[in-house]
Write a protein that binds this ligand. Structure first.
Ligand SMILES: [Zn+2]
Length: 387
């Protein structure tokens, strides 16, 4: 069996002065059409109209080209890609997974992408209408090129080459299966008894962020000091996000390496039941406002955790199974007796029938694993019947 995987290589570009000038123009024009289209879409939303489709916005691009000559100097593809990105950003916003897209500023994540027409020849990449540009090749490139992105970061231009390749489907080296219960007090509890502390416990950084945010609120809006302070706050946000990402990567790599089958609860189901019961709030002052923020942070962590596990398992040849977790907290993992009274407190589980006693999250993780085994067994039966 073979499977297709996508991979991205990133190298430092070494354009000549002339090429660098062209690259700047490409980036500027891509940013220009993004901002232009965003302005148009914002106008639609403000007037209670539906946003324009990608095809409709592309028609506008033709008009803009006749209006602004500099748009004609660059290749159409990156401009269209920019509009495509905006359409996707708007879709994500309406789905509720991301915020409303923002206007782009010069030097802020400047980038443009070629979906086709690019070539690689040893240490040079061919960019349509720009030419053969040298790059610092630090590793061999395998696979078929899918797209090429040029981006500005830390004072230089980079090229990202996304490739697709066929590889033999891997077989996971481990045999073990594990169930995972996601929670607030414990971020994750594994059915083998190990558990992971909550992901949003970055106490020090949080205090720092609060201090800097308070300072920002006292500054005159849009003054130079306000901008300076704003950058400070943004840097802390970026730092928090990075710490969280690193934390999750270490965790998901470890779990994925050790277990061929990982069973998780279906988050949406858990979310509804948890908020309905109102068990997720932190006790203390300002519970409501705080819980909203905590919930957002926690949900992000859960989704990212699952996303990483899924792709890492795919790479290793393992599996992730999501199960309905609505009753996992009330059922005894030993005798399967299900009763409200089994749950003594948030942390304690004691079965009223067989007296089995355990941390409530661990009991739930064992139930999740059992539910995953049922799903797998059913899947096997269906497969066998089909064959
Ligand atoms: Zn029991």
């Amino acid at each position: 069996m073979v499977m297709i995987i996508r991979k991205a290589y990133r190298f430092v570009l070494e354009p000549t002065a002339e090429q660098a000038d062209l690259i700047c123009r490409f980036a500027g024009s891509s940013r220009f059409v993004w901002n232009k289209a965003l302005e148009l879409q914002k106008h639609c939303v403000a007037n209670g109209k539906r946003v324009l489709s990608y095809a409709e916005i592309c028609c506008r691009l033709v008009e803009w080209k006749s209006e602004w000559d500099f748009l004609k100097e660059v290749h159409s593809q990156p401009l269209q890609q920019s509009l495509k990105d905006l359409s996707l950003a708007l879709k994500n916003c309406f789905d509720g997974s991301k915020g409303f897209p923002r206007f782009k500023k010069k030097g802020e994540r400047d980038a443009f992408r070629f979906p086709q027409g690019t070539k690689i020849d040893n240490k040079k990449v061919y960019l349509p209408k720009i030419g053969w540009v040298k790059f610092r090749k630090s590793q061999k490139i395998d696979g078929t090129i899918k797209n090429v992105t040029v981006s500005w970061s830390m004072g230089r231009w980079f090229v990202s080459i996304q490739v697709e390749m066929e590889v033999a489907e891997p077989v996971h080296p481990a045999k073990s299966e594990i169930g995972i219960d996601m929670g607030v007090v414990r971020f994750a509890t594994l059915s083998d008894g190990t558990f992971v502390a909550p992901i949003n416990s970055f106490g020090k950084v949080r205090t720092k962020l609060a201090t800097q945010q308070r300072r920002l609120s006292k500054k005159q809006k849009y003054s130079s000091n306000w901008h300076k302070q704003k950058r400070k706050v943004q840097r802390i946000h970026a730092k928090v996000a990075q710490v969280r990402k690193d934390f999750l990567h270490k965790l998901t790599s470890l779990i994925s390496k050790n277990h061929a089958v990982i069973v998780l609860e279906d988050l949406q189901v858990k979310n509804m039941s948890a908020s309905g019961k109102g068990t997720i709030e932190d006790p203390g002052k300002n519970v409501k406002a705080k819980s909203g923020l905590n919930r957002a942070i926690r949900d992000q962590g859960w989704y990212e955790f699952r996303r990483q596990l899924e792709y890492k398992q795919k790479w290793r040849g393992g599996k992730v199974i999501a199960v309905n977790a609505s009753n996992t907290s009330l059922e005894c993992s030993e005798c399967h007796h299900r009763a409200k009274e089994n749950r003594v407190s948030q942390a304690n589980f004691r079965c009223v029938k067989c007296l089995h006693e355990e941390h409530a999250d661990l009991n739930a993780a064992k139930n999740i694993l059992a539910a995953g085994r049922v799903v797998q067994a059913c899947g096997d039966i269906i497969r066998r019947t089909a064959a």
